[in-house]
Design a protein around this ligand. Structure first.
Ligand code: RB5
Length: 143
């Protein structure tokens, strides 16, 4: 199950992502928002972060205008590793190295064709599981 969340700046790109997930037959839970009317991105970051944190959803996708605010907000939640990606290399690397569990994108930055390829890469790349990466990921949540 993939948790989805966006603000008004990410709403239109999220519709493209939803169309892609439906085409692929992938299950998702959409936490909003539901239009281009102005909303506050931390609200949706929190909903998706908590869905992933609790295990209710395996991964998440968050989109705001830049992808910056919504990824900053999501990363405040322990165990959440939200990666802002604007290219497929980063999307692959953040799964392989960081075991990122949320993909963030900028709806005003990344076009729909590239965004869908980024989503595809993110969802289809497994964490490498290499010891050095396991140790580094563990270190993220150490006090
Ligand atoms: C909303 O105008 C915009 O600030 C938001 O979508 C995002 O880009 C914040 O980081």
């Amino acid at each position: 199950m993939i948790a989805l969340g966006c603000d008004h700046g990410g709403y239109e790109l999220m519709q493209e992502v939803i169309a892609y997930l439906e085409k692929k037959g992938l299950e998702y839970e959409n936490f909003g928002c539901d239009s281009t009317a102005a909303v506050d991105y931390p609200v949706y970051a929190k909903k998706v972060a908590q869905a992933v944190q609790s295990g209710r959803c395996e991964k998440g996708i968050l989109i705001c205008g830049t992808g910056i605010g919504i990824s900053i907000a999501a990363n405040r939640f322990r165990g959440i590793r939200a990666a802002l990606c604007g290219d497929c290399f980063s999307a692959e690397a953040t799964r392989l190295h960081n075991d990122a569990n949320i993909l963030a994108m900028g709806g005003r930055v990344t076009g729909p064709g590239l965004a869908v390829k980024i989503v595809d890469t993110f969802l289809n790349t497994e964490f490498s599981g290499e010891e050095r990466h396991v140790n580094r990921v563990r270190g993220i949540d150490e006090d």
